[in-house]
Design a protein around this ligand. Sequence first.
Ligand code: ADP
Ligand code: MG
Length: 365
Amino acid sequence: MAQIRIENVRKDFGAFNAVKSSTFTIEDGEFFMLLGPSGCGKTTTLRMMAGLDLPTSGEIYIDGEEVGQKPASQRDIAFVFQMFALYPHMNVAKNISYPLRSQGMPRAQVRKKVAEIAEILGITDILNRPVGGLSGGDRQRVALGRAIVRDPKAFFMDEPLGALDAEFREHMSHELRALHDRMGATTVYVTHDQLEAMQMGDKIVVMNHGVVEQFGVPQDIYDWPATKFVAQFIGSPSMNFLDFNGSVEQGAQTVDLGDVRMAVPRQLDGGSGALTLGVRPEHVHLNDAAPYRGEVVATEYLGTTQIVTLKTRYGQVQARIPSNVAVREGARTGLEFDARTLTLFNANTGAALRSDANRKVLHHG
Ligand SMILES: Nc1ncnc2c1ncn2[C@@H]1O[C@H](COP(=O)(O)OP(=O)(O)O)[C@@H](O)[C@H]1O
Ligand SMILES: [Mg+2]
């Protein structure tokens, strides 16, 4: 069990700055996601926490002890790689017990431990089978067994399900989460898949170009994105963005989009100039009487809901509405946005116009 904290961690590869200055805390027992597009620095961050790479500057703490310059062997972390390499000439039990046997643990104790692990993973009946003929799922369970048998302080997984097909991936992600909930060990999981991160994580760090854009529980990241990048990266279809020039006073309750006045959440931070209004598709409603107008240019049927795409004065807007509402392409209609869920961004910096204090008020108030 472990709390892991990284403070102002930076990593350079020669002249290239891969991780800028990361700070976040992973609490003991959390299932923690490192999320971001390919190349944003996820693997580099994980490797530094594990001790496989050393930070150029900054500190890494495990349970309060600074370990930034300590090698992996002194950190007691189990790394589950994407490639689950098993020892092909050994059976399941031997593969799982390998780390214990190489430590010289007495045989009776090893047998007891392997039986416990096999029970947790549901593979007791295949302990004597050679690993060669196992299904992909069983191979993955054996590899996990080998990682957890040492009772490490934390598990690190780098896109462990990346190579699997969608259905099996879904199954394994539930299994990994359930395994974590049974064992309670701190788990750090790297993914570029926002849906996977939202479904599996207790907390998420969203990274982009080596920068931590936001860090928090999935619901806060979805409802109150700190930056336009986060707003766009999380959720499908993406949040809608309407660019306009204007000014918003501190604590304002409305914002003027040209000639249309829109209600916004209370206690917004002030800002002016080039602004972007962000609204998620499920918070857009079609209402003939609403003053902000749009023309339906496409509809996409998704079963219980449909995605309606509209052309509006400040940009294209997608609405997620019940599929039993009849919508005709070419029709003009009014659009209404849920005021509580709007986000305003500074269009130049991408930063959301709201302080963390405001976010808490909005979210829990
Ligand atoms: N050993 C290395 N030498 C030079 N550049 C590296 C090295 N490892 C990673 N990088 C670069 O650092 C950036 C972040 O890489 P990485 O952490 O692997 O990203 P991610 O895991 O998010 O896809 C990438 O641009 C990558 O090319
Ligand atoms: Mg990676």
